[in-house]
Ligand binder design. Structure first.
Ligand code: 13P
Length: 250
């Protein structure tokens, strides 16, 4: 049985003091969950988050990394640097990075490999635009993104990769894919992984992302293949995020 993995992506929000308050508020409220709880915070909050989560079941993730270990890459942060301050997860290839910062399937693949070299677990984002969806290309686009992202990984690395299916038209828009639609896309991704890597696909966590909130989390999470969520806006409020984590307790 795959566990649920519920990750907040704070994007470019929250200062260190907000981070500490948030984690202090959340920790006791999610301590009994069977799900994995992750907060992917801005670089400047990571160190504070590491300390604030000590002794809790909340894990820390970054939102990006460079594929090289060190060198003349002004403004970049490496996997080794993240690992050195308690980071366990890293989001790779978020659509905002693909759209605004020229991430490609190739850089995504390099970053995933570098994440594993540094014992970080990647949360790899894929998803189609509205235009691609309306042209009936959703499955082709997302399965190709997954294939290219995972290229050259070992079966064990694939098993430890988290995939976040985030349809771009659903991000920050209040529009959520129906649970059936999202589940079908995720099934298509799982089938693709099966066709390349075999049974290991049954262990791969595949999340949904895009306007997930406490009012729709349960329905999404009760489907056959959606293994949790990558949550943007709703992860910035303790109450709302806690309800998503505890979706099965209310
Ligand atoms: P929203 O939940 O704000 O739609 O953002 C989704 C997302 O991009 C998470 O990575």
């Amino acid at each position: 049985m795959r566990r649920k993995v519920i990750a907040g992506n704070w994007k470019m929000n929250m200062l260190p003091a907000d981070t500490i308050n948030f984690i202090e508020g959340l920790a006791s409220r999610v301590k009994d969950t069977e799900s994995e709880v992750i907060l992917c915070v801005p670089y400047t909050d990571l160190f504070y988050a590491w300390h604030a989560t000590e002794g809790t079941n909340i894990h820390i993730g970054a939102q990006n990394m460079h594929w090289e270990e060190k060198g003349a890459y002004t403004g970049e942060i490496s996997g080794q640097m993240l690992k050195s301050i308690g980071v366990e997860y890293v989001i790779i290839g978020h659509s905002e990075r693909r759209q605004y910062f020229a991430e490609t399937d190739e850089t995504v693949n390099k970053k995933i490999k570098a994440a594993f070299e540094n014992e970080l677990k990647p949360i790899v984002c894929v998803g189609e635009t509205l235009e691609q969806r309306e042209a009936g290309k959703t499955e082709t686009i997302i399965t190709k993104q997954v294939e290219l992202a995972l290229e050259g990984l070992t079966n064990e690395q694939v098993r430890n990769t988290i995939i976040a299916y985030e349809p771009i038209w659903a991000i920050g828009t209040g529009k959520t894919a129906t649970s059936e639609d999202a589940n079908n896309s995720i099934k298509a991704i799982r089938n693709k992984i099966t066709s390349i890597y075999g049974d290991v696909a049954q262990d791969v966590i595949i999340q949904y992302g895009g306007s997930v909130k406490s009012s729709n989390a349960k329905e999404l999470f009760e489907t056959s293949d959606i293994d949790g969520a990558l949550v943007g806006g709703a992860s910035l409020k303790v109450d709302e995020f806690e309800k998503i984590v505890n979706y099965n307790k209310n």
